[in-house]
Write a protein that binds this ligand. Structure first.
Ligand code: 1HE
Length: 268
């Protein structure tokens, strides 16, 4: 399905989210470079719509930003118009959109460069994999602006770097550069400036060849197991692993290895 033939995707494109298929990889681009891809209501809605309506041929997705920055976070010009009640619903609308990324149908790789700040870091943390290039910097300026994260950041970011580091970022305005970001766990990959998108596409292309049930288990079972008490987690693991290994695709892949037709694990 192309953007031109799908009214939902056409509306998303008009609101600043472009979708392009690259083989089995859905390339999702934030297209508001003049405002550093700041996320206004239209963009958040478009993000939700795109991830809820990925073409059936998509086996993985990449999200990236146009211009010199990945994303400057919440569009602060919209903040001043909101009272407390509206603020709650606004935050919930981000939760829905970012859940569509985190717990959609396919794994998502974020290609990061420049500013990954505030809601931009919340968006990146909703992705399964983050690839940063050397120009990337991470910050949570909410503390400085007198506000709080509202796009799931307080749930997802401590899982990446721990509550202590997130608290420090918000209390002091600390900015992590790309190297520090990778070291503390904000990104799993670090590449030279300008190479994040290519690396993200390479990873997503590989991810798209996984058995769909494996990808499903990693997106939907693992995060839940990680939050369960150990005894419940072990039980859930037994269930999901038996479902995955019973699939015909798993049997075919294991057979291929045993017959010497599948690659061995190798040092990179
Ligand atoms: C914006 C925004 C924005 C840029 N909302 N308009 N996020 C922040 O606090 C980060 C605010 N932004 C910045 O610190 C800088 O813009 C950047 C480091 C990201 C980029 O700097 P630079 O020099 O490349 O761009 P600029 O000149 O600062 O901005 C270019 C334009 O984008 C300018 O508008 P113009 O009309 O004057 O050209 C900026 O006003 C505009 N712009 N960032 C609105 N964020 C769910 S809760 C999440 C809570 C948060 O995310 S709070 C953190 C918000």
């Amino acid at each position: 399905m192309t953007q031109a033939s799908n009214p939902i995707l056409e509306r998303a494109a008009a609101n600043g989210i472009a979708l392009e298929m690259r083989g089995a990889v859905a390339l999702v681009r934030l297209c508001r470079p003049g405002k550093r891809n700041a996320l206004n209501d239209g963009l958040i809605e478009a993000l939700r719509d795109v991830f809820q309506n990925l073409p059936p041929e998509a086996g993985a997705a990449v999200i990236h930003g146009e211009g010199n920055h990945f994303c400057a976070g919440l569009d602060l010009s919209e903040l001043k118009e909101r009272d407390a009640g509206e603020g709650i619903h606004h935050s919930r609308s981000w939760h829905v959109a970012l859940n569509a990324v985190a717990q959609g149908r396919v794994p998502v790789v974020a290609a990061l460069h420049g500013a990954v700040v505030g809601g931009g870091l919340e968006l990146a943390s909703a992705c399964q994999i983050r690839v940063a290039d050397d120009s990337t910097f991470f910050a949570l300026p909410e503390g400085t602006r007198g506000i709080f994260v509202g796009g799931g950041g307080s749930v997802r970011i401590p899982k990446l770097i721990g509550a202590a580091r997130m608290t420090d970022m918000m209390l002091t305005g600390r900015v992590y550069d790309a190297q520090e970001g990778e070291r503390v766990g904000l990104a799993q990959y670090l590449v030279p400036t300008g190479n994040a998108l290519d690396k993200a596409i390479e990873l997503a292309t590989r991810i798209a060849t996984n058995a769909p049930l494996t990808n499903f288990a990693l997106m939907h079972a693992l995060p839940r197991i990680a939050e369960q008490p150990a005894d419940h987690g072990l039980f859930t693991e037994a269930l999901i692993s038996s479902i995955a290994q019973a699939a015909p695709e798993a049997k075919a892949r294991v057979r291929a290895f045993l017959e010497g037709k599948a690659p061995k694990v190798q040092k990179s």
